[in-house]
Design a protein around this ligand. Structure first.
Ligand code: SF4
Length: 266
């Protein structure tokens, strides 16, 4: 499928929860967040049905995001359901890695192809501060479990303030080189200020070549991260919501005053 700017849209990012076991300062507000009601969250059957329709319309790349997708109970079953949909060539997940040592081999067996794992520093004290209480050892153990399970490639999402020349970024790059991982440098963004840039080493933020739509955990089909509009799949039906999202996909992002990274899935 193509949007009004003749961009081929073949990538669906699915946020399966707004919850997370970390509180990264650039994602979760200090004051805490109001979580979605359970009844507002799409069921696995709903997500699979929407994805099946999206694949029928031209999607062949699907990413599972959150919040932290591994905190959603039974998420391995969802991976199995999505992996069984013919036409998905690439099924991936973005995770903070803290629970991967428990789930990596199950995810692989369920049909997950690959992972992006968030890691901004190898300094355990800095990591604890950035994530407001996270344990670096858990992530490193999780990354090892993902590699041992055969999930590949492993990409490391490293958030930087301004540049990939920052000391922590250089350390992460060396860590990736030493371990055969790929690194993505994501410059800190602000939805409400409309502040974003192209992901170094990735395709996010490259509006002229944007190929993605997003499905939020509460069933909003969003044409763009940096634009507040979303179409309610439960009210409109998946096909109509996808059509409207395509029809209303902006040439480029501006700002998003209604959403937060943790409930859109970045
Ligand atoms: S800001 Fe919007 S249009 Fe630009 S790359 Fe992100 S999702 Fe695509």
């Amino acid at each position: 499928m193509f949007d009004n700017y003749n961009r081929q849209i073949n990538y669906l990012r699915i946020s399966v929860t707004d919850r997370c076991n970390l509180r990264c300062f650039y994602c979760m507000p200090e004051k805490g967040v109001e979580m979605l009601q359970h009844s507002d969250i799409l069921s696995f059957d709903e997500i699979a049905a929407i994805t099946r329709i999206a694949v029928g319309m031209g999607v062949n790349k699907v990413r599972i995001t959150g919040g932290e997708p591994l905190v959603r109970k039974g998420v391995v079953n969802l991976v199995k359901m999505l992996a069984s949909i013919p036409g998905i060539d690439d099924l991936s997940m973005t995770s903070n890695g803290t629970l991967l040592s428990r789930y990596a081999s199950q995810l692989k067996e369920a049909g997950l192809n690959r992972l992006n794992i968030s890691l901004d520093t190898l300094d355990s004290e800095k990591y604890r501060k950035i994530t407001r209480g996270g344990n670096l050892v858990e992530v490193l153990t999780g990354i090892k479990a993902a590699r041992d399970a055969g999930l590949s490639p492993i990409k490391i999402n490293c958030v930087v303030k301004k540049s990939s020349n920052e000391p922590d970024a250089k350390t992460i790059k060396a860590f990736c080189n030493d371990n055969g991982f790929q690194v993505r440098f994501i410059h800190q963004m602000s939805l409400t200020e409309g502040h974003f840039s192209v992901v170094e080493g990735g395709s996010g933020g490259d509006c002229s070549n944007c190929n993605r739509l997003r499905l939020t955990a509460n069933g909003k089909l969003m044409p763009c991260l940096f634009n507040g509009i979303g179409f309610d799949v439960r009210k409109m039906g998946a096909e109509e919501a996808i059509r409207m999202a395509l029809e209303n996909k902006p040439a480029c992002g501006s700002m998003n005053l209604s959403g937060e990274f943790f409930n859109i899935g970045g």
